[in-house]
Design a protein around this ligand. Structure first.
Ligand code: NI
Length: 259
């Protein structure tokens, strides 16, 4: 197999006990490339560290909507830190995950919006795409993306199965990344959304350690399980596993600008 997990968090503390062993096993399980995403200063540092240790691991750096500070002053500091981190890594392939989350973080919407806009600007300055996290905030997310052009485009990570978001996201030239919920039996729109996304805009991810696909729902996830999402997409698109595997592998290389 030749799997590409376009978004996971091997920097998460849930791997502290067995990270090395797990990563070494991934190669044997067919994982050829993966992107471990930052969401805070510390996790971005850790993502860079992993990308230096393993040739098949790439990193993103950014402050997620659930990790934004409470004041603009602190946001300035954090973003300066992120800028400095960029200089330390060679395999940083995106700014992310960034965006808006009105489900978990209901208090400081204004700071979230500001952090999102400024990190789009940062991505443009660094000539990187963005990885977007959006939850219960679709209208504001789309408004910001329409008003703040992302030169290198981006990815809706763990795409919510929302027609409007996918339709507008595709119009902006963005990629749609499918995660574990794609395989859940109660994900009503999953099939419809898979059918909406053209082949060249489709990505797969695990968002490990979260969101394990069926039949591992509820357990700690790992990047090898991206194969279950490929399997589901192949079923819906009536194509072979190998075709979808190759397609998403190439798409990930395109958006992350990898050879
Ligand atoms: Ni994530």
């Amino acid at each position: 197999m030749k799997l590409f997990d376009s978004h996971c968090h091997l920097n998460d503390e849930k791997y502290n006990e067995d990270r090395k062993e797990l990563i070494e096993n991934l190669r044997k399980q067919g994982v050829k490339r993966l992107v471990t995403a930052g969401y805070s200063i510390e996790s971005s540092k850790e993502a860079i560290k992993l990308s230096k240790e393993y040739d098949f691991i790439y990193a993103t750096i950014g402050i997620s909507p659930n990790d934004v500070p409470k004041t603009l002053e602190d946001l300035d500091k954090d973003l300066n830190n992120i800028k400095d981190l960029y200089k330390e890594g060679e395999k940083i392939v995106a700014v992310g995950e960034i965006g808006l989350d009105y489900y978990w973080n209901t208090e400081n919407k204004e700071i979230q919006k500001e952090a999102f806009k400024r990190q789009i600007e940062l991505a443009n300055n660094l000539n990187l795409p963005i990885q977007i996290h959006t939850r219960e905030a679709i209208a504001d997310t789309l408004e910001i993306l329409k008003d703040n052009k992302v030169n290198r485009k981006g990815i809706f990570h763990c795409c919510p199965f929302n027609r409007e978001l996918v339709k507008e996201g595709l119009k902006l030239g963005f990629y749609i990344s499918f995660a574990g919920p794609t395989t859940f039996k109660n994900s009503k729109n999953a099939v419809e959304i898979i059918k909406m996304v053209p082949d060249d805009k489709m990505l797969v991810e695990t968002d490990s350690p979260y969101l394990s696909p069926e039949p591992f729902r509820g357990k700690r996830n790992d990047p090898s399980r991206v194969q279950y999402i490929i399997k589901k997409i192949a079923e819906v698109k009536e194509k072979s596993f190998e075709e979808i595997e190759k397609m998403v592998y190439e798409n990930a290389n395109t958006i992350f600008n990898l050879k």
